[in-house]
Design a protein around this ligand. Structure first.
Ligand SMILES: Cc1ncc(COP(=O)(O)O)c(C=O)c1O
Length: 440
């Protein structure tokens, strides 16, 4: 029986005009539910079902769907007739940049794009311009966007990956066809939490940068082991490559200063996105002045081009300003609220799964969480791929959805609590989880 006939019909119709029926492959799932409305912590699908939402638009709607303060700022901008105008500089982008720099200690200045992928793209380009080197290191189990430098062999099936990937030695299986072979040979995939795998690449190639999510968030929540990020920082200083923290998913969600401000490790450059504008499309590149100035290099010999008709679009920028202001408001206590809810959810899930008698570990960082069905805390993607019970996870998620709790129906996708969630939402989630876990 198909419980989502209207969603299936719409998908089929869309597939006539859109390959696969989805405009971002990450949105392809089973079931593939079509949503029509989101408000606060809730979303509604085409069938009229209501869900408590823990997907939050792939972690973008950190304040909740259609946050009233953010939407009010967007509406005010819309009614001020300030859409794109003549596409010259605006006061909005200056206000946002000043706010950003005030709250993110490692940002001397920023540049603004429309997506997170553009932000990681530009950060890598700067690293190449600064160092004069071409090679890039990325993390297995990380995700940094869709472009040539990062769409390679990350989050891949185990059969397709080598622990230490080097051209000619192990196959590099690209996440995307169409990446020139020469380009693939510049990208090296290493293990998270494994400093030796970075050294292995450094011995062989002139590396411009290492780009990484400091805490991996596209395979659940994979935390850095003690001293690991510090060791990566030290290696970057010793070997002269730039350290780029991709905080597209973590930035503004764990702290205004990013996850980097929690672990106390300073990258040279960072990328932000998603929660920065509470789901309106924005990416940010931030970092040290000496590197950011390559965007307008005084001698113009090594200027890194930044361009984009829609960069700092007024609606998005108004949304971003309202978002930062709300996140920074001590009266709102956004981070305190989501931490309390996260702790309650974690404890409740712990009690439920303890009674089930099957191995599990709950990983959580503030509002982001994931239940791994394995008997130890995972250290890298191979560990998850080898030990996590994917079949159980899939069933767990499907049953949650049928009870009105939307966790993305793909195993190891993390859950996101938003500021709009309430204690009652968490209580209802736990009550329903208790019921379905007992029945699996
Ligand atoms: C860590 C990380 N970096 C980069 C990206 C790419 O951002 P966008 O989808 O806005 O291009 C994502 C998207 O999920 C992400 O999670």
């Amino acid at each position: 029986m198909n419980a989502w006939p209207k969603s299936s019909a719409l998908l089929q119709e869309n597939e006539k005009w859109i390959p696969g029926g989805v405009v971002s492959l990450n949105r392809k799932s089973e079931p593939n539910i079509c949503f029509v409305k989101g408000k606060g912590s809730r979303v509604w699908d085409l069938e009229g079902n209501e869900y408590i939402d823990y997907q939050a638009g792939f972690a973008a709607a950190f304040l909740g769907h259609n946050d009233p303060d953010v939407n009010r700022a967007v509406e005010a901008t819309l009614h001020a007739d300030s859409l794109l105008m003549s596409a010259g500089p605006t006061n909005l982008e200056g206000i946002f940049a000043a706010l950003f720099v005030k709250h993110v200690p490692t940002a001397d200045s920023i540049q603004i794009t429309t997506t997170g992928s553009e932000a990681t793209y530009h950060a890598i380009r700067i690293a190449r311009a600064v160092t004069g080197r071409d090679h890039v290191i990325v993390m297995q189990g990380g995700y940094n966007g869709w472009h040539n430098d990062v769409a390679c062999n990350v989050i891949s099936p185990l059969s397709e990956i080598g622990a230490r990937v080097s051209p000619g030695e192990y196959p590099i299986d690209a996440l995307s066809a169409g990446i020139p072979a020469g380009h693939q040979s510049l990208v090296h995939v290493v293990n998270y939490n494994d400093i030796e795998s970075i050294r292995y690449v450094l011995k062989r190639y002139p590396v411009a940068c290492l780009i990484m999510e400091p805490i991996l968030q596209n395979v659940g929540i994979l935390k850095p082991q003690e001293g690991y990020l510090q060791a990566v920082r030290k290696l970057a200083d010793e070997e002269g490559f730039l350290l780029i923290f991709d905080e597209v998913k973590t930035g503004f969600r764990h702290a205004l200063g990013g996850y980097q401000s929690i672990v106390g490790v300073q990258p040279d450059l960072s990328s932000f996105g998603k929660a920065v504008a509470n789901g309106y499309p924005m990416g940010v590149i931030a970092g040290k002045k000496e590197y950011m100035d390559y965007f307008i290099h005084p001698e113009k010999k090594k200027r890194v081009l930044i361009a984009g008709t829609y960069n700092a679009h007024p609606l998005t920028t108004a949304a971003a300003i309202a978002t930062v202001e709300k996140l920074a408001d001590p009266k709102a206590d956004v981070y305190g609220h989501v931490e309390r809810l996260g702790a309650t959810l974690e404890k409740g899930l712990f009690d439920i799964f303890s009674k089930k008698g099957r191995p599990f570990r709950i990983a959580r960082q503030g509002s982001a969480y994931c239940v791994y069905f394995m008997d130890h805390v995972p250290v890298d993607f191979h560990d998850i791929a080898n030990h996590h019970d994917f079949a159980f996870d899939k069933q767990y998620r499907e049953r949650l959805i049928s009870e009105g709790i939307f966790n993305f129906p793909t195993p190891i996708k993390q859950g996101s609590i938003s500021f709009a969630h309430t204690e009652a939402d968490i209580a209802e989630t736990l009550e329903k989880t208790q019921k379905i876990v007992a029945a699996i």
